[in-house]
Design a protein around this ligand. Structure first.
Ligand code: AMP
Length: 145
């Protein structure tokens, strides 16, 4: 599968390395910042492109051959939504996923059929669960006393 990842922050790096493990995948990682791309290290076998995802010339070059999976993981909701939409609509990517940090927008775009995930909502749920578990433990400890 051809997998394009836009944004090589901590999450982009981890996703790229995970996808790279499957030798059937061709992984392309794009970031505007060379320091971010250095995270991938010298053993990374995928293609590394230093470019801005909003630069349509660069974007077209990367997308012109059929992309199976497009994953937008920059720290800009607008960039991610726009890039994922173009990947799906114009370049017919089979799957396009966008990171959307704003929970309200994430929900709205999901309702429009765009595959989104929201780190804010995921973090909120995780924290609520940790607090709940901790409260339960405290209550149990008090009962035992
Ligand atoms: P993080 O700050 O860990 O969420 O990572 C976000 C990454 O997205 C950073 O490495 C940024 O350089 C990258 N980024 C942000 N905007 C763009 C863009 N328009 N094109 C390419 N990479 C971007």
């Amino acid at each position: 599968m051809k997998i394009v990842i836009l944004g090589c922050g901590r999450l982009g790096e981890r996703v790229a390395k995970k996808m790279e493990k499957d030798k059937n995948n061709t992984v392309i990682v794009m970031d505007k910042n060379s320091n971010a791309l250095n995270r991938l290290g010298k053993d990374f076998t995928g293609q590394i492109i230093q470019a801005d995802g909003t630069d349509m010339q660069e974007y077209t070059e990367v997308m012109k051959e059929k992309t199976d999976i497009f994953i937008a993981l920059t720290n800009s909701d607008n960039t991610n939504i726009m890039a994922a939409e173009i990947a799906k609509q114009k370049y017919k990517a089979s799957t396009a996923i966008a990171r959307v940090d704003d929970p309200i927008r994430a929900k709205a775009f999901e309702e429009l059929g765009i595959l989104t995930f929201c780190p804010t909502t995921l973090g909120e749920k995780k924290i609520a669960k940790l607090v709940e578990d901790s409260s339960k433990k405290e209550a149990e400890a008090e009962d035992e006393e």
